[in-house]
Design a protein around this ligand. Structure first.
Ligand SMILES: Nc1ncnc2c1ncn2[C@@H]1O[C@H](COP(=O)(O)OP(=O)(O)O)[C@@H](O)[C@H]1O
Ligand SMILES: [Mg+2]
Length: 232
């Protein structure tokens, strides 16, 4: 579904990705793991057209991925950045309506009712401004907004970062439900247990390249790989 082949990318003079290749398959969840600074977020930003592709190819459903971020989103990839990027001056309802209007189409899979069924908490917060939300509620809003874009692939960057254990569990159960419904996902996550319990496939990034690839069960069983590549 999503293929990265020998991707190079970075920031100005700083090159971060040195020929990174991976394949995320339809109907599956792929976790991208790796130490801090390995290049995981840079990989996602390059996929999303937020950083220019310097060399290599990225294809989505066999076609070269668009170069502009808006077109990548239109092509069916929704991205929940580490920073969540909700609009703080707008209410929860307005944040959701913007996504639904821009990306909903005539007969969308995801509607306001459906995301509020997934996150009832957001229904109680519809008239609250973005700044009045807890970290967990902001993450729920960021995921809900991404779903209203009716993606074929959902990409999440560290969705549990900074959240209390009870909210981490809620996010986990929600993503599990989306997986059971067949939504394809790519997940960057520092929480090893969270990532490997959701994922089918795992790639580990180290210094801008993929250094390990296998199943979630493989890496859970491989303490050597965990120690070498993740410092777990
Ligand atoms: N905006 C930026 N400008 C310059 N360097 C950056 C920027 N963002 C990240 N980097 C550098 O790129 C490298 C990879 O970062 P990143 O992809 O965010 O790592 P990860 O998500 O795996 O923790 C790091 O060395 C980081 O310091
Ligand atoms: Mg990161």
């Amino acid at each position: 579904m999503l293929d990265l082949n020998a991707v190079q990318s970075g920031y100005g003079e700083t090159q971060v990705l040195y020929g990174l290749s991976l394949t995320a398959q339809a109907g599956r969840v792929m976790a991208i793991l790796g130490r801090n600074g390995a290049g995981k977020s840079t990989t996602l930003k390059t996929i999303m057209g937020l950083l220019p592709l310097r060399a290599g190819q990225i294809t989505f459903d066999g076609k070269p991925i668009p170069t502009r971020a808006f077109d990548v989103a239109k092509s069916g990839i929704a991205y929940v950045p580490e920073t969540r990027d909700i609009f703080p001056s707008l209410t929860v309802r307005e944040n959701l309506e913007i996504a639904a209007k821009r990306f909903g189409g005539a007969n969308p899979d995801w509607t306001m009712d459906r995301v509020l069924d997934l996150f009832p908490r957001l229904g109680e917060r519809l008239d609250n401004g973005g700044t009045q939300l807890s970290g967990g509620e902001q993450q729920m809003l960021a995921i809900a907004r991404a779903l209203l874009m009716n993606p074929r692939l959902l990409i999440l960057d560290e969705p549990t970062e900074g959240l209390a254990p009870i909210i981490v569990k809620l996010i986990h159960d929600t993503l599990q439900r989306l997986k059971a419904e067949g939504l394809s996902m790519v997940l960057v996550e520092q929480n090893f247990g969270f990532a490997t319990s959701l994922a089918d496939d795992v790639v580990v990034v180290g210094k801008g390249q993929v250094v390990w690839t296998g199943s979630a069960a493989d890496i859970r069983a491989d303490e050597g790989a965990q120690h070498t590549w993740l410092g777990v």
